[in-house]
Design a protein around this ligand. Sequence first.
Ligand code: ATP
Length: 446
Amino acid sequence: MSKPIVRFAPSPTGRIHIGNARPALMNALFARREGGVFVLRFDDTDLARSKREYADSIEVDLAWLGIPPDMVVRQSERFEIYDDAVARLRDMGRLYACYETAEELEFRRKRQLARGLPPIYDRAALKLSPDEKVQLEAEGRRPHWRFRLDHRNEVWHDLVRGPSHVDTSSLSDPILVREDGTYLYTLPSIVDDIDLKITHVIRGEDHVTNTAVQIQIFEALGAKVPIFGHINLLTTTSGEGLSKRLGHLSLTSLREAGLEPQAVASLAVLVGSAESVRAVADLDELARLIDFDHISRSPAKFDENELYNLNARLIHDMSYEAVKTRLAAMDADGGEAFWLAIRGNLAKVVDAAGWWVVVRGPITPVIVDRAFVDAACNLLPPAPWDTTTWKTWTEAVKEATGIKGKALFMPLRLALTGMEHGPELAALLPLIGPERARARLSGKAA
Ligand SMILES: Nc1ncnc2c1ncn2[C@@H]1O[C@H](COP(=O)(O)OP(=O)(O)OP(=O)(O)O)[C@@H](O)[C@H]1O
């Protein structure tokens, strides 16, 4: 295969969500695996709704996911090439002026529906004579422009869905340019795909019908039609669609909630595929798991709990090297032994700060059996301590007191950490150290 050139093309009208992350990752990781190019294209021709602030946040989100684009393109800076394509389509008679108002179109649609006909545009404007057009313009009407479809069964081989087709005779000729001269999504997208030599258009299933229309426009412009791939959409667990308006599933909010980007990427890529959903820390490995032939055809359900489970599993295997700087930034760099002691108890990396307080203090010990804890304190082995100290100590306590099991461990854990649950005490005890351990066993905050 020649090197793929792919794009992720969000409209910067909000913060991107985990559903958007799916095509973003599929494109970026496919390019990465095949040595291709990943383009981030902002579909910001809707100048009223698009915001630079959202575009910038999308770039931050992609970098956080580990997939910064090789190239960034903004449609708002490329109107000239769209105007040029419009002129060409008009000259070849594929783009025609229409003068109906939205109300007139709505009225016709209702009438067609009432008669049991499909509500598609009847091409009335194609029958307008030059004089009639002059007359309409003299009345102050401005034309909008439709692309004249070839009515046929448009067939393509979808990278994901296999043989696909849409009967374009069941579609209205699409409006490419509004009466105020602004562009709808369709034409700029195609012109950019041609200009940037996009080889694969990989996007959500919401675009399947657009594809049939777009193939005809690619052909009308004399361009090679790219390979299309439509991946299933992510929905909530109850099956609702995601939209940029659902802010709590935005990548920004997931990042701010302290989730690892690899957890988000693993779920976004693997859910609804043939692979089991698991935590994959390495993006190259995740890229190898993408198999466009085996993506489910039904929507994939996004479960936030699954995301948190993946996150915990990733952290449980995370090396000290990988997390060192972040621990230092939260003043909780207790060295490798500390990290290895606590990582299995973390749901998020930020929770390490709490365990660092448990090690370094001060904590308030909980003494449930004064006599027993005193006896245990007197049996503490001499320094230096290591990870065998806990075993040596508790065996000595068991022998001296006859107490064993939970009755032995729990009072010691409560005294040493102030908590009922936590990391292995064998690992924590040498980190707490003899001085603090003695103080805590004596009931002092330390
Ligand atoms: N829930 C989803 N699951 C998978 N892909 C999605 C989902 N929603 C959108 N996409 C894909 O994300 C890409 C960017 O699309 P777009 O910017 O239109 O996002 P959107 O969330 O649909 O937008 P909006 O909510 O503003 O209508 C497209 O490839 C689109 O198919």
